[in-house]
Write a protein that binds this ligand. Sequence first.
Ligand code: ZN
Ligand code: ZN
Length: 78
Amino acid sequence: MELICPLCNGLIEYNIECRLCNEKMEDKGRIADYYDNYSSYLDMNITELIDKVEYDKCVHLFVCSNCNNDKRIAIDKI
Ligand SMILES: [Zn+2]
Ligand SMILES: [Zn+2]
C-alpha cells in the first residue's frame, strides 16, 4: 500500500504554536507544491531540505497568521 500524508488527506490536524507570539500556526500545505511553482524564489535551505526528505515524509509549511513566522515540519506518512 502506498504511503499517504495524513495531513494532506485531512486525517489529522497538526496544531503548532508560533514560538514568537504563541499564536496558532496555519498549515499552508506541502513544501513540494511551493517547490514546483516557485522554485526560483526558494532559498537553498528549502531546496536542500527537499533533497534530503525521505520518501516516507511529507514536509509542510506552517505560517503564523499573526507575525508571519514560518516553520517547516516533516510529517510522517502512514
Ligand atoms: Zn502532506
Ligand atoms: Zn507568530
